[in-house]
Ligand binder design. Structure first.
Ligand code: CUA
Length: 346
């Protein structure tokens, strides 16, 4: 006994949907949950899967089943199908169902978005700077000072607001373990909110193709206990304030300049993301290993930083290193960087 085609399609569709939905749960698609924002986002994903898989399966089943069951057989070459034109009830149904689905899913997704973007009074503000091809982070402190770092340090269970800007092109700040991500857009500050809930170390990546060094534009987020975080902040505050921001005080000593230079190398300047330098512990390979600075004068090193195209190391393309360091670094940071590089490459 041959069953009705619609029944057959429904049976095939139900089995295929069940397998699809089971797979969407059975395979764990996500990195660890490290933030409060993760759960609602993962649930949203699963709900979208549960709704989309049957629709995808339904459309595919109808197409494949019809192509096979209703194919033209020998002798039917000149036959025409039944003269059907329009079916109001069917058209109302296939317009209404997608409309209802879309409106409900959009409302649900909007609810999740509002939930994960909730503001908090005691949020920690971290400024994120993007530059081809590195991330740097600064923590505004009282008295107008900031602590700068090329890695992200966050206390567990405290809401964080990231204020994100870029010095050049569009990048995208993404910590997969926090799920959320956002573009960096030239000229504006974009914001992202996260409450880390799990101690550990998580990769930060750039999720927008931003140039030759895009794939190396990475950093690390460390979620620490609040005590460890305060200790880190206090430790980082101490050295720079002496030579760095000191307004109107005495000129920094050579040792202070070198310390500031080293910090600029791994922090604000972002040099370490692209250059290998043993002293700074960096291993970037987008640009040349800085051992090649040995024997160069301070003037030459300064030119290499502010006007990198003036002397290109053979084997490396021009226009990869930013040409804006004269504007983006303070005079003292630049002096520090030159002193530091001249000293460590001796
Ligand atoms: Cu920055 Cu990709």
């Amino acid at each position: 006994m041959r069953r009705h085609p619609v029944i057959q399609m429904l049976v095939i569709g139900a089995i295929a949907s069940a397998i699809g939905i089971a797979l969407s749960f059975w395979i764990h698609w996500f990195p660890v949950d490290a933030a409060k924002q993760d759960k609602p986002i993962d649930t949203l994903y699963h709900v979208l899967m549960i709704v989309s898989i049957p629709i995808f399966v339904l459309v595919t089943t109808v197409i494949l089943y019809s192509a096979w069951a209703f194919r033209m057989r020998p002798g039917q070459e000149h036959e025409d199908g039944p003269p059907i034109h329009g079916n109001t009830r069917l058209e109302v149904v296939w317009t209404a169902i997608p409309a209802i689905l879309l409106v409900s899913l959009c409302s649900y997704a909007y609810g999740v978005l509002t939930d994960i973007e909730q503001t908090h009074k005691d949020e920690l503000v971290v400024k994120v700077h993007a530059i081809q091809f590195a991330w740097s982070f600064s923590y505004p402190q009282s008295g107008g000072r900031t602590v700068n770092s090329d890695q992200l340090y966050l206390p567990k269970d405290r809401p964080v607001r990231f204020d994100i800007d870029t010095q050049d092109v569009i990048h995208d700040f993404w910590v997969p373990a926090f799920r959320v991500k956002i573009d960096t857009v030239p000229g504006i500050v974009t914001r992202l909110r996260v409450t880390p809930t799990r101690l550990g170390t998580y990769p930060i990546v750039c999720a927008e193709l931003c140039g030759l060094g895009h794939s190396v534009m990475r950093s690390t987020a460390h979620v620490m206990t609040p005590a460890a975080f305060s200790a880190w902040l206090t430790r980082e505050q101490a050295p720079v304030s002496a030579g760095g921001a000191g307004g109107g005080g005495a000129a920094p000593t050579q040792a202070q300049l070198i310390a500031l230079g080293r910090q600029t190398f791994t922090g604000d300047g972002g040099c370490g993301a692209c250059h290998t330098l043993a002293d700074a512990g960096t291993t970037g390979t987008t640009g040349p290993d800085l051992r090649l600075l040995r024997g160069q004068t301070q003037a030459q090193i300064r030119q290499d930083i502010v006007d990198p195209n003036a002397r290109i190391t053979p084997g490396y393309p021009a226009n990869v290193m930013p040409q804006t360091f004269a504007q983006t670094l303070t005079t003292q940071q630049l002096d520090g960087l030159v002193s530091y590089l001249a000293t460590v490459s001796k």
